[in-house]
Structure formats: C-alpha cells, structure tokens
Design a protein around this ligand. Structure first.
Ligand SMILES: [Zn+2]
Ligand SMILES: [Zn+2]
Length: 211
C-alpha cells in the first residue's frame, strides 16, 4: 500500500508561516481576501496541510461557523461545483483551496485555538472490506463510514482521496470557555476530501461526507 501521513494535533501554538496548522494563519495567495460565506460572515479557517502528493501545495479548509450542514453532490460533479453545489443553502458555505507557496494572512483565525499539526509517515492498512485506517490522515484509503463513494471532477477526471477528518471531530474554540466549546465541520460528519488529480482548478476538491 502507498504510504500515508497520520496527522497529530500538537499542544504547540501555531505561528504565522507554519504550513501545517489548525486555525492560525492560512497561507493564501498574496493579497487574497479571507473567504466569506454566502451569508456575509468570514468563514472559519479550520486547518491547512501541505500535501506531498500535490507537490507540497497547501490544502486549506474553511467553513462558515453558522452554516455547517452536510452538502451532497452527484457523482459527476457539475462545472464550478465549488461555487455551484450549495445544498442545503443558497450559496457557498465551505472552501477547500489549494495554494502553492502562499503568504500568511495578516491575522490569525479569531475563533479557533491555533495549534501546530505534526505529520507522521505511516503505512496504510486496508481491511477486508477495502477500508483504510480511521483517524485524521493524509493519503491512503478512506475508512468510509458507509459505502464507498466515487466522484468525477467537472473536467472528466476521476477524483482521488486526499485527506480524512474523523467523525465528530471537535475543533477547539479560542478562548475556550468550557470543554464543550468546539466547532465541527459539516455537523461532525466524517470528511473525506476528494481532489482532482489533473489539478484543473485551485478549488477542484469536493467534501464527501458520511456518518
Ligand atoms: Zn454562513
Ligand atoms: Zn478536474
């Protein structure tokens, strides 16, 4: 099996310029505005990681802290699906961005506690149902909570699995008011980030969601 990286959330605070973080300073393109939800609120910046399979480009994950429901798309995703598939809302409420290089934003994400992520090389293990390791990881095979899903990018390329966030994963709010002060991506569904290996667009990624 191909190697994977398991993702550990360290206790160390993130600083501007860190590439692998929860919260903190997203490495956006120079001068790029902070993503906003269709509702007008700034999206929360959940995490970023450098993706070895994509030449070390950054994957950046944003979602509105209010609009956080599950989205569904057809197996053949339509043109500009990152803007056009907005169910169950009336406009885009999440962003999965790829950026190369990147410049730290002027300030950090205000809602989340900024922590460094540590990537550990590991071996993928696939069980006899074809599911990979559970947990927060980069690469390998999804640990599908339900049946495997397949997506084709609008450009016609079959999408590949890049990154998994486990079910009910809570991101700590900052400042912490009590232990339950956490936010979740997509109502805490397990998130499988699927991406277009043809790299047809810097937003050519799709959030497959299961519980
Ligand atoms: Zn919103
Ligand atoms: Zn594509």
């Amino acid at each position: 099996m191909p190697g994977i990286h398991t993702i550990e959330i360290s206790a160390e605070p993130a600083v501007a310029g860190d590439r692998d973080t929860i919260g903190g300073w997203p490495l956006l393109a120079a001068g790029e505005p902070w993503p906003a939800c269709f509702c007008g609120k700034p999206m929360a910046f959940f995490f970023q990681v450098g993706v070895p399979a994509f030449g070390g480009d950054q994957l950046l994950v944003f979602q509105c802290p209010v609009h956080d429901d599950v989205t569904f798309g057809p197996p053949q995703l339509p043109d500009r699906y990152w803007d056009e598939v907005t169910e169950p809302y009336e406009g885009p409420f999440w962003r999965l961005l790829f950026r190369s290089g990147g410049t730290p934003s002027p300030g950090p994400e205000p809602l989340l506690e900024a922590r460094r992520l540590v990537l550990h090389p590991a071996e993928e293990t696939v069980d006899d149902t074809g599911r990979g390791l559970p947990g927060f990881k980069l690469g390998g095979v999804p640990s599908w909570a339900q049946s495997p899903e397949h997506y084709r990018c609008a450009c016609g390329t079959d999408m590949v699995f890049l990154c998994q966030v486990p079910e009910n994963y809570g991101f700590d709010l900052w400042p912490m008011r009590d232990r339950n002060d956490q936010v979740q991506l997509f109502l805490g569904n397990e998130l499988y980030v699927m991406a277009c290996p043809a790299r047809c667009h810097p937003e050519a990624a799709w959030p497959a969601l299961q519980n």
